[in-house]
Design a protein around this ligand. Structure first.
Ligand SMILES: Nc1nc2c(c(=O)[nH]1)N[C@@H](CN(C=O)c1ccc(C(=O)N[C@@H](CCC(=O)O)C(=O)O)cc1)CN2
Ligand SMILES: [Mg+2]
Length: 281
């Protein structure tokens, strides 16, 4: 039997706790505020930004909506970030990724004050994570750790295989897993014998960006499978990086797409915004 991990329900529970925290902050004279920067008109990014703003509103977090044209120059974006860094009414800043190709994402992330780093992607915050003294954390991997805890899936001493080495997911997740005593393998597109390596995992995290790539030949019986992928098929339906039908019955736990990791990313962004607002006191 495979238990489907309900990210929607877990995220909703977290959001209702966060609404109470936001109320407490407001009573202390702090209105938490998240600045959301979107450059260009990528349809998926527009949906994510809209969902983030909606979630913030419901919790009682103010948002500053900064939508820039796809032709925005790097210098203009950096100036905007500078002004938000200096604005005491803004507690958290996020730049929706990916940015248009002409922009340098690393330089942009580096420009955000680490104290207002809603996504936990600034090199200083990643450094804190690597030293196991976490400050702001990347939202998707943090959401995965919370989901595992919610379902009492132990991590210490487990073999964790992460397929994908992005700065957004794979690399920070590896650090988080090491910090709680997992044995971690990070695999990627150049990894040899990938199914064999994946089959060694007690917890398999798939963030390849390739629709339904991972089937049951990658999964050990009884493993936990976390699907980070979001792929829209030509018929408009959404699938993950895991072939869910193939893995069902083999995995003990599986995150669905949609409704698994995605909603947790947004809940963690809200949590981090409140934490940054709290620390600004
Ligand atoms: N600055 C950032 N950019 C990006 C991040 C990020 O964490 N910070 N992650 C992804 C996109 N993303 C948030 O930005 C994100 C993606 C998907 C979901 C989500 O809730 N997905 C739903 C399905 C939504 C749909 O119907 O399309 C689900 O999985 O159930 C939330 C956040 C890249 N960029
Ligand atoms: Mg670029």
């Amino acid at each position: 039997m495979t238990v489907m991990i309900d990210g929607r329900q877990t995220a909703a529970k977290i959001r209702s706790e966060l609404a109470k925290k936001a109320e407490v902050l407001k009573n202390q004279g702090i209105t938490p505020c998240l600045a959301v920067i979107l450059v260009g008109d990528d349809p998926a990014s527009q949906v994510y930004v809209r969902n983030k703003k909606r979630a913030a509103e419901k919790i009682g977090i103010e948002t500053k909506d900064l939508h820039l044209s796809a032709q925005t120059a790097q210098s203009e974006l950096l100036e905007l970030i500078d002004s938000l860094n200096d604005d005491p009414s803004v507690h958290a800043i996020l730049v929706q990724m990916p940015l248009p190709k002409h922009l340098d994402e690393n330089e942009v992330i580096n420009a955000i004050s680490p104290k207002k780093d809603a996504d936990g992607l600034h090199p200083k915050n990643l450094g804190h994570l690597f030293m196991n003294e976490p400050q702001a954390l990347p939202c998707t991997p943090r959401g995965i750790m919370v989901l595992l805890a919610e379902y009492d899936i132990g991590v210490a001493g487990k073999n964790v295989v992460i397929i994908g080495r992005s700065n957004l997911v794979g690399r920070p997740l590896a650090a988080m897993m090491i910090n709680v005593d997992a044995t971690v393998t990070v695999a990627h597109s150049k990894t040899k014998n990938l199914p064999e390596i994946a089959k060694n995992a007690d917890i398999l995290v798939v963030a390849t960006g390739r629709a339904e790539m991972v089937d049951q030949s990658y999964v050990k019986k009884g493993a936990t499978v976390i699907d980070v992928g979001i792929n829209r098929l030509p018929d408009n339906h959404l699938v993950g990086d895991v072939d869910q039908a193939s893995v069902t019955g083999v995995a003990a736990y599986l995150t669905p797409v949609p409704g698994g990791v995605g909603p947790m990313t947004i809940a963690m962004l809200m949590q981090q915004t409140l934490e940054l607002a709290e620390k600004s006191k």
